[in-house]
Ligand binder design. Structure first.
Ligand SMILES: Cc1cc2nc3c(=O)[nH]c(=O)nc-3n(C[C@H](O)[C@H](O)[C@H](O)COP(=O)(O)OP(=O)(O)OC[C@H]3O[C@@H](n4cnc5c(N)ncnc54)[C@H](O)[C@@H]3O)c2cc1C
Length: 520
């Protein structure tokens, strides 16, 4: 994980040193927090995690995005061990089915399209070639779908996988990947890691929170057993309950359900069938969408929907009808609200994971947002207090992450051409955030993508989803006209051929797993 240099430069704390940490909640977020803190905590620090079997964990969350690799490396965990233990498979991107129109599909790959130059992005060359093709000035095989220039997309289509290899010029260096994994097992793996490094786990139900009557900081939490856990810093990982940040601190909630009306899900595991695919599938449905996530021995499935537009019975029926393989349990109903806490960090309480906020799982970003929260926290901590400027910086940065991500997810819905149900008519015509409208306007002009170095999703991801959702630039960046036409045609053809050849030479995903990280 990279240090947050801006925070490092802030001056040291107004609040006392924080050597004793209490984490409330032992879901994926709780154990990720505990493991990361155990990794960097000074010897005199004490870390306690309290969780309740009575409440349990949410237990869904099987698809991830590439930065989780950095988190595991930071902990020193080996990829093959994680995948073996968590029934993991590799994920090269997401296949979106029926999002633009029924019967159409597109792929959002993690990897890069061609190679960008300092002057212009690769897709500008593709846009120009497309313009030439519209004028009948290119051979019939060019330009072809832009995903033919993306190794992740081509490999995913062939069911093949390899991690990136080689430097700069190698096509294989453009691969990027993440994992599908059993998040409960991942949490348990992190629990072992944290306990081995001194984190104390307490089983019990938190019943009350004690705050300093003068300035409101949390002093302790009391369990039903009567045990009192006192600390300097409290991390709220209590999931949607938000026991500390909302229950005690009353942080408030920024509600985005008008942009993202899905508020329910049904989750259903099924037995695995056939070779595991190296990608997630998200299929749009009448009032939301269905996910399919392949693990080594089973498949995670679910239906995310809006209760304003669908009845649970209908969703249940459509989910069961839509899955491949035998159901391994009854569908599990889940409720959520899209948005985030007004403050992720208040006084000596930081919310990580679902306690801090939730954006529906369309791009598998929830575990990542927990990771980002932890990363920022440990860049400010441990061994000293944090002043109000640092806390404000943390809240501003987290809010910006959530907002950028919200825009990306809203894009998938709003750019639909579907009009077949009230749900799709609503999302296709709803008001969208100004920041997203500006991004779309810029792209529609000459294909330029507004990007920030802090973006969770690269311009390549925005490109994949904008083109996939039918957003078309009227023109391209005039700078690419400097490339002679015949050079452009020749280079694009060579690149397309090289991508196809490289992908075809990769091992089948199934074989790669069997040789390196099969669950025993
Ligand atoms: C439908 C759906 C699909 C999802 N899919 C994905 C996905 O594909 N990828 C992804 O990254 N994320 C996904 N998520 C989000 C993901 O599930 C969560 O980010 C992840 O599981 C972390 O949850 P958590 O640890 O914050 O909360 P939880 O798992 O809910 O854990 C809360 C913890 O708090 C404890 N607790 C609560 N109250 C008390 C109390 N009073 N006393 C003591 N302990 C208490 C519980 O025992 C538990 O240990 C999905 C979420 C939903 C709803």
């Amino acid at each position: 994980m990279k240090p947050d240099t801006e925070s490092k430069s802030a001056k040291a704390g107004d609040t006392p040193r924080m050597n004793s940490v209490v984490i409330v909640g032992g879901g994926t977020s709780g154990w990720m927090s505990a493991a990361a803190i155990a990794r960097i905590a000074p010897p005199n620090a004490s870390v306690t995690l309290v969780e309740s079997d009575e409440v349990g964990v949410i237990g869904v969350g099987e698809a991830t995005i590439p930065p989780l690799i950095e988190f595991n490396e930071f902990l020193g965990l080996k990829e093959n061990d994680i995948l073996r233990e968590c029934q993991g498979t590799f994920k090269l991107g997401i296949e979106f089915v029926d999002w633009l129109n029924i019967g159409e599909r597109y792929f959002h790959p993690f990897g890069f399209y061609g190679r960008d130059t300092p002057e212009f992005a690769f897709h500008q060359l593709w846009l120009r070639l497309k313009a030439l093709s519209d004028e009948g000035k290119t051979p019939s095989d060019l330009p072809g779908d832009i995903n033919q220039y993306n190794l992740c997309a081509v490999a995913a289509g062939l069911g093949r996988f390899s991690p990136p290899q080689g430097g700069g010029e190698a096509i294989l260096s453009t691969m990027r990947y993440a994992y599908h994994l059993d998040s409960k097992r991942y949490g348990q793996m992190l629990r072992r890691y944290a306990e081995q490094r001194g984190v104390r786990r307490v089983e019990g139900l938190v019943e009350s929170v004690q705050q300093n009557p003068d300035h409101g900081t949390i002093q302790s939490v009391t369990l039903r057993s009567g045990e009192v856990l006192a600390g300097d810093l409290f991390i709220d990982c209590s999931g949607f309950k938000s026991l500390l940040i909302e229950g005690a601190m009353g942080s408030g909630f920024v509600d985005w359900s008008h942009y993202l009306p899905c508020d329910r899900a049904l989750a259903l595991p099924t037995a695995g069938i056939g070779p595991t695919k190296p990608f997630t599938r998200a299929t749009a449905d009448v009032a939301g969408w269905r996910w399919r996530i392949p693990l080594q021995e089973r498949q995670g499935n679910g239906y995310v929907y809006s209760s304003a537009f669908a009845e649970e019975d209908d969703v249940h029926r459509r989910l069961v009808q839509g899955v491949d393989g035998e159901a391994l349990a009854d569908p599990l109903p889940l409720r959520f609200r899209t948005g985030h806490r007004r403050a992720f960090w208040e006084k000596n309480c930081v919310a990580i994971g679902l306690a801090g906020g939730f954006i529906e799982p369309l791009e598998s970003t929830s575990i990542h947002l927990a990771q980002v929260g932890i990363q920022r926290l440990i860049n400010l901590w441990p061994g000293r207090g944090c002043n109000s400027a640092e806390i404000a910086h943390y809240n501003k940065a987290m809010t910006a992450d959530y907002e950028r991500l919200r825009d990306f997810i809203v894009l998938h819905y709003n750019a639909t051409q579907r009009e077949d149900t009230p749900f799709w008519r609503y999302v296709g015509n709803m008001e969208i955030p100004e920041t997203l409208a500006a991004k779309l306007e810029m792209f529609r002009g000459s294909g330029r993508i507004i990007a920030s170095p802090e973006d969770l999703f690269t311009p390549h991801s925005w490109l994949a989803v904008m083109l996939g959702q039918g957003v078309r630039p009227r023109s391209y960046d005039a700078l690419v006209d400097r490339v002679p036409e015949d050079t452009l045609i020749q280079n694009m053809r060579l690149l397309k051929q090289a991508v196809a050849k490289t992908a075809a030479a990769l091992p089948p995903h199934e074989d790669y797993i069997r040789r390196r990280c099969a669950t025993q």
